[in-house]
Design a protein around this ligand. Structure first.
Ligand code: ADP
Length: 255
């Protein structure tokens, strides 16, 4: 469980997110949504202790997050940023990066590290690319390599900043299904998602932000029914039931 209490954070003394009180539940997917520039990434980075807040407290279980040494924290939470340069590295070596918090002083991977890296690569269906350089892969495959790296890091909490942006629709759905599998492995997922339908269809909780504040953080159904998405994004949202008569999807029109 990760809990933010009265968090205010930003850059160069300018407050970007204000008085955030939120709890991310274990074994669930929470998506943070909101207009561009409303502070979603800032909230994600602050929650993951990558940005020190101006005030407030973050509890990770019964501990104050700021008191946990960096290497220890990297065994508890992992973070996949949105914009990443494509490094000159093989799939295997990039996934091994996930094991760094566990390596001893010599930084030499042990048998267990190698096994976990191999398993993460297999889990993501990347066996055939194991020795390929990641710049030879498609955007969707590359995203799977990064998720394999997170699997190798083996943290209970995973932060993802726009994991599906720039992917085509097939790759987006594939990554979202993988994220669902991470949840089934009892991981806590907190992500920023641009596509509102994807966010509402795949999450247990939706946190809607506006101008640095949380407007509502609730189940997709309750957030949809609150009509706050319509107010914040200036749209009219509708819910449609697919032919299977159970799956709900969301469509948005201009007001
Ligand atoms: P979102 O993820 O919702 O698009 P961000 O959290 O990235 O929003 O940004 C919120 C605000 O903080 C924006 O006005 C942005 O310009 C500002 N900001 C983001 N990152 C930095 C930074 N590193 N330095 C200064 N200002 C920043």
């Amino acid at each position: 469980m990760i809990k933010l209490k009265n968090i205010t954070a930003g850059y160069n003394k300018v407050e970007v997110i204000k008085n955030i009180n939120i709890e991310f539940e274990e074994g669930s997917i929470t998506s943070i949504i909101g207009k561009n520039g409303c502070g979603k990434t800032t909230l994600l980075k602050t929650s993951a202790n990558l940005l020190k807040p101006f005030k407030g407290e973050i509890r990770l279980g019964d501990k104050d997050i700021f008191s946990i040494p960096k290497k220890e924290l990297a065994k508890k939470l992992s973070f996949l940023p949105q914009l990443r340069a494509v490094p000159n590295i093989t799939v295997y070596n990039l996934v091994m990066h996930g094991r760094y918090p566990y390596l001893g002083f010599s930084r030499t991977p042990q048998k267990k590290d190698k096994e976990l890296v191999q398993k993460a690569i297999e889990d993501m269906g990347l066996n055939q690319y194991i020795n390929k350089n990641i710049y030879e892969l498609s955007g969707g495959q590359r995203q799977k390599v990064y998720i394999a790296m997170l699997l190798a890091q083996d943290t209970d909490i995973i932060f993802l900043d726009e994991p599906t942006t720039y992917l085509d629709i097939n790759q987006q759905l594939e990554i979202l299904e993988i994220i669902k599998r991470l949840k089934e492995m009892a991981k806590t997922i907190i992500m920023v998602v641009h596509d509102l339908n994807n966010a509402l269809s795949y999450s247990d909780k939706i946190c809607l932000m506006d101008r640095g504040e949380i407007v509502i953080c609730d189940t997709p159904q309750n957030v949809f029914e609150s009509r706050e998405i319509d107010r914040v994004f200036k749209v009219i949202s509708s819910q449609v039931t697919l032919d299977d008569k159970t799956t709900k999807q969301y469509v948005f029109n201009l007001k």
